[in-house]
Design a protein around this ligand. Structure first.
Ligand code: AGP
Length: 606
C-alpha cells in the first residue's frame, strides 16, 4: 500500500511530489524517497522513517528539476531501511523507478539477472524491475516503451510502476497491474499518483489507469497503451470532491473501506502460498524444531488476533495429537506455561507492537521454545523477535477496529496449521480446501453483497443496549470476534456464549426483544444450536441467524445463508457480516467509527 507521486512539466517537480506523499501518508509507510531528473543528472534521495526525515535531508531550494517521482514504502519484501526504500536505480544510474505491489516471481528473475552479472543493493522484489528494464532497454529494444512492455509481460503479481531516466529527462513511464495508478494534467504539466488525494489540488479531472495499461507522461500530453502495445482511448473522470473522502476511497470511514478491502487483502495474503495446489509455508523449514517430538503448540495474541488464534487452535487440534492451546498474551506471560525446546509458540499481531504479545514471545524464547510470528507490519518488534515471521499482506489497517487483519490472519493461519500438521504427521488437506482458498476472495465479494440486508437488520439495535452472540465448535471463536466488533465500535454490551452453555445460566438474561445473533454453520452441531436458539425464541428474543445454504432451518425471521466451505475458512465469511453489522449499528448510535472511545490501534503498554 505504498504512496507514489510523479510530475513532469514546466513547474518545479519537488513541491508536487512532496505534497502528494503527505496526502498519501494515511496509507501507512516506513520509508520515503524521491528521484529528480534532468538532462545531465538523476538525483535520488531516500531515507527510512517518516517524510520529515526526507525533507530534512533534501535542500528543496537546490532542486529545481521539472521532472521527478516520489515514494513512501509499506514494506512487503525486506525490512524498512534506507537501502530497501524506493526509488531503486540501475547500476549505471540512468534509470530510476518506484513500485507499489508484490512481484511474485522476483526470485527467478533475480537469479536470471545475477547470472547476467547484475549486482543488487537491496532485499526488495522491486529492485529486479529496474535491472530487468536496464537489460531489455540497453541490450534489446533501445526504446523504453517497448522495453517496458516486455518487462511488464514477464512480471507476475501486482505492480504500479513509475519510471524516470536521463535518456528521456522530461518523460515519466508508468505501468499498472492490480495496484492503483491515477494520472492528472493541468496547464503546467502532467501528474501521476497511487491515489486521488495527491492530485486533488492540481486539477478537477483524473485518469485512473485500467489494469494492464502503461502510459507515457510528457509535459504536454499523456499516451496510454495496453500491455500488447495498442494505444488506448483515455476516459477522464471528475476528481473526487475532497481529500478526506478520497483517502477513504469514497467510503464514510476507514473501517468500512477496510471491510471492503478484504477480497484484495486475502488475495495478497494468499499470493505465492498455493503453488500447484500445494500450500507453501517455506519459512517453517528455518525452525530448529524436531516436529515429530513436538510436545505442545500455543497460539498467543490479544483481542481480535487472539480470536483468530482460537480458531486456528480448534482446527489444528483436529489434525494432530499434539496438545494445542490458544491463550491471551496477558495470561500467557504471567501463567508459567509449560515451555521447552520441544514447544512451538505462534504469536499473532496486526501491529507487531502489542506489549503483552511482545512480553509473551520473550518468555517463550527464554524457555527455548520455537517462535513463529504472524504479523501485518513489516519491521515491527514482533517480526524481529520471532524465529520466523509470516506476513498477512492486508496493507495498513487504519481503523482501530480490526477487520481485514482478522480475515487475513484466519487465512494465513489456516495455511500454517496445515503445514504444521503435515510436518508432524504427514497430513494432507483434501482438494476442496485448496479450492476454497482459491475461491475465497470472490466468495467474500459475494458476502459483501449482503450489506444492505445487514444495514436493515442493524435497525433492530436502535433502542438496544445488549446483544448475545452464540455458536458451537468453530462458530464460537467467531461469535467472540463478532461480539468484540459490536462492543468496540457501537458500545452495545455484547457477550458471546457457547450455544450449549445458554441453559446453564446466560439464558436468564433473555427477555422479550433481546437480540441474539446465532451462528449455526457447522453441519455436525447445527441442529443442537438451532434448538438452543429456539429456547431463546420461546422467551421473546429477536434472532439473527447466520447459517449455510444446506442447513435446514425454519421459523426464523432473519436468516442469512452462506456458501458451505471448509470449516477453517468459514469464519472469514461469517465475520464480514458481523463487521458490517457492528459498523451499521455504530452509525445508528452516532459513534466515532474509526476512533472508538478509550481504544488505541496498538496497545503498546500493559
Ligand atoms: C480489535 O478490533 C482491536 N483493535 C484489538 O483487540 C486488537 O486486535 C488487539 O489490541 C491486538 O492488536 P495487535 O493485533 O496489533 O496485536
Amino acid at each position: 500500500m505504498c504512496g507514489i507521486t510523479g510530475y513532469t512539466g514546466r513547474s518545479v517537480a519537488l513541491p508536487f511530489i512532496m505534497q502528494g506523499l503527505e496526502k498519501l501518508e494515511y496509507r501507512g509507510y516506513d520509508s520515503a524517497g524521491v528521484t529528480l531528473v534532468d538532462k545531465s543528472d538523476l538525483f535520488t534521495c531516500k531515507v527510512s522513517g517518516r517524510l520529515d526525515n526526507l525533507k530534512a535531508k533534501l535542500d528543496e531550494e537546490a532542486h529545481q528539476q521539472t521532472c521527478g517521482i516520489g515514494h513512501t514504502r509499506w514494506a512487503t519484501h525486506g525490512v524498512p531501511s534506507q537501502l530497501n526504500s524506493h526509488p531503486h536505480t540501475n547500476s549505471s544510474g540512468t534509470i530510476s523507478l518506484v513500485h507499489n505491489g508484490i512481484i511474485e516471481n522476483y526470485l527467478s528473475l533475480k537469479q536470471e539477472l545475477l547470472n547476467k552479472g547484475y549486482v543488487f543493493q537491496s532485499e526488495t522484489d522491486t529492485e529486479i524491475i529496474v535491472h530487468l528494464l536496464d537489460d531489455v532497454y540497453y541490450h534489446e529494444t533501445g526504446d523504453m516503451l517497448q522495453a517496458l512492455l516486455k518487462v511488464v509481460n514477464r512480471l507476475k503479481g501486482s505492480f504500479a510502476l513509475c519510471i524516470v531516466s536521463k535518456e528521456f529527462p522530461d518523460q515519466i513511464y508508468v505501468a499498472k497491474k492490480e495496484s492503483p495508478m491515477i494520472l492528472g494534467k493541468n496547464e503546467t504539466g502532467t501528474f501521476c499518483a497511487s491515489d486521488a488525494p495527491a492530485l486533488l489540488a492540481y486539477g478537477d479531472q483524473i485518469l485512473p489507469l485500467k489494469d494492464k495499461e502503461v502510459a507515457i507522461l510528457s509535459p504536454d500530453d499523456i499516451r496510454v497503451f495496453n500491455f500488447k502495445g495498442e494505444e488506448m482511448k483515455q476516459e477522464w473522470i471528475a476528481a473526487p470532491y475532497n481529500i478526506q473522502a478520497a483517502q477513504k476511497g469514497g467510503y464514510d470511514s476507514f473501517m468500512l473501506k477496510e471491510i471492503h478491502e478484504q477480497p484484495r487483502a486475502i488475495r495478497e495474503t494468499l499470493r505465492g502460498r498455493i503453488i500447484n495446489d500445494e500450500i507453501e509455508i517455506n519459512e517453517l523449514n528455518e525452525l530448529d524444531l524436531d516436529w515429530k517430538k513436538t510436545e505442545r503448540i500455543y497460539f498467543v495474541a490479544c483481542g481480535t488476533a487472539y480470536h483468530a488464534g482460537i480458531s486456528a487452535a480448534k482446527e489444528l487440534e483436529k489434525l494432530t495429537d499434539v496438545p494445542v492451546y490458544a491463550i491471551p498474551a496477558s495470561e500467557f506471560r504471567y501463567g508459567d506455561p509449560y515451555l521447552n525446546g520441544r514447544c512451538l509458540c505462534i504469536f499473532i499481531s496486526q501491529s507487531g507492537e502489542t506489549a503483552d504479545t511482545i512480553a509473551a514471545i520473550k518468555l517463550a524464547k527464554q524457555k527455548q521454545a520455537s517462535t513463529v510470528g504472524v504479523v501485518n507490519v513489516l519491521g515491527s518488534s514482533l517480526t524481529r523477535l520471532s524465529d520466523v515471521c509470516l506476513y498477512t499482506c492486508a496493507g495498513p489497517e487504519i481503523s482501530v477496529a480490526s477487520t481485514k487483519a482478522y480475515t487475513t490472519q484466519i487465512v494465513l493461519l489456516s495455511c500454517l496449521i496445515i503445514k504444521i500438521a503435515e510436518k508432524i504427521n504427514g497430513y494432507k488437506p483434501d482438494i476442496q480446501l485448496i479450492i476454497d482458498f482459491k475461491e475465497l476472495p470472490e466468495l467474500v465479494e459475494k458476502v459483501l453483497k449482503h450489506e444492505s440486508q445487514v444495514k436493515e437488520l442493524s435497525g433492530l439495535f436502535k433502542d438496544k443496549k445488549d446483544a448475545y452472540f452464540i455458536g458451537r465448535q468453530h462458530d464460537y471463536p467467531v461469535a467472540l470476534e463478532g461480539s468484540l466488533k459490536l462492543k468496540e465500535v457501537s458500545y452495545v454490551h455484547a457477550d458471546a456464549y457457547y450455544a450449549g452453555e445458554l441453559k446453564h445460566g446466560p439464558i436468564a438474561l433473555i427477555e422479550d426483544g433481546t437480540i441474539v445473533i446465532a451462528l449455526a454453520t457447522q453441519e455436525k452441531v447445527a441442529a443442537k444450536t438451532i434448538s438452543n436458539i429456539q429456547e431463546t425464541l420461546a422467551r421473546g428474543s429477536k434472532v439473527i441467524l447466520i447459517t449455510t445454504e444446506s442447513i435446514e432451518v425454519d421459523g426464523f425471521e432473519y436468516v442469512i445463508r452462506l456458501k458451505e466451505i471448509s470449516r477453517c475458512l468459514m469464519p472469514v465469511q461469517i465475520i464480514v457480516l458481523l463487521q458490517l453489522l457492528a459498523y451499521y449499528v455504530a452509525v445508528i448510535k452516532g459513534c466515532d467509527i474509526d476512533k472508538p472511545r478509550n481504544l488505541a490501534k496498538s496497545v503498546t503498554v500493559e
